[in-house]
Design a protein around this ligand. Structure first.
Ligand code: KIV
Length: 268
């Protein structure tokens, strides 16, 4: 079985093959996702909300990410493992970022680290990449900035905001990011960014034209007890088992059946 790498993802973009991704926080779900054929497993800092019950991702620590990264890494044979740098573990300086990114790789099993922010994080991304740490960017709705946004709101609506998001995407790609998550933005904007960038885009609430899709696992299994976003779909409804739900998600993403119009934002 051939492992998924950042090069595999670039080839998939070029071939027009959709990339599939889900979050996981533990060994057993990681093994299930891997067996089902998912391309990327993301240990997201959503674990603060999903696993720990906090109202946001802000309380998540480096220790949490290292612990859950290592649990998930033990379950994977094929999928690429991306682990999030949590709030304030990389914004302070490039030196802080490389120490914590290194921990996610050496102790947490990450193949790639993910951080939030566009132009403002480009220097940090370049610093990490030039020192051998692959980076996934994350722009649009960046949940670590929830209080600055005044809530979990769609980003990039209107010409000025869209221009800012496009500049963020370009800055990350030029800094050497291997891929970028586009969260909660008009589908038209995400499609334009996807066309403009040489690296893959992974959408969540960003329309069907991104190179791939990611969802929070507990949202797509319908087991998160609080409100779920418009862009999430419960794949366990009508499926015989969690494994069947995950396989249905993968099949729907590959065939461009997910996300549908009801999961998609537009400019107005
Ligand atoms: O933390 C997370 O799970 C994420 C996804 C929502 C993309 O960043």
């Amino acid at each position: 079985m051939k492992s998924v790498t950042v090069l595999t993802l670039r080839d998939m973009k070029q071939a027009g093959e959709k990339i599939t991704s889900l979050t996981a926080y533990d060994y057993s779900f990681a093994a299930l996702l891997d067996r089902a054929g998912i391309d990327i497993v993301l240990v997201g800092d959503t674990l603060g909300m999903i696993v720990q019950g906090h109202a946001s991702t802000l309380p998540v620590t480096m220790e949490d990410m290292v612990y859950h990264g290592a649990c998930v890494a033990r379950g994977l044979e094929r999928a690429l493992l991306i682990v999030d740098l949590p709030f304030l573990s990389y914004q302070q300086s490039r030196e802080q970022a490389i120490v914590n990114a290194g921990r996610l790789m050496s102790e947490g099993g990450a193949h790639v680290v993910k951080l939030e922010g566009g132009e403002v994080m480009a220097d940090t991304v370049r610093f990490l990449v030039e020192r051998g740490i692959p980076v996934c960017g994350h722009i649009g709705l960046t949940p670590q900035s929830v209080h600055q946004f005044g809530g979990h709101r769609v980003q990039g609506r209107g010409d000025e905001a869209a221009g800012r998001v496009r500049r963020d995407a370009q800055a990350l790609a030029q800094a050497g990011a291997s891929l970028i998550v586009l969260e909660a933005m008009p589908a038209e904007l995400a499609a334009r960014i996807t066309e403009e960038l040489p690296i893959p885009t992974i959408g969540i609430g960003a329309g069907v034209d991104c190179d791939g899709q990611v969802l929070v696992l507990y949202d797509m299994l319908g087991i998160y007890p609080r409100r779920t976003p418009k862009f999430a779909k419960n794949f366990l409804q009508g499926a015989a088992s969690p494994e069947a739900a995950i396989k249905a998600y993968i099949a729907d993403v590959k065939a461009r059946r997910f996300p549908g119009p009801e999961h998609t934002f537009h400019n107005v």
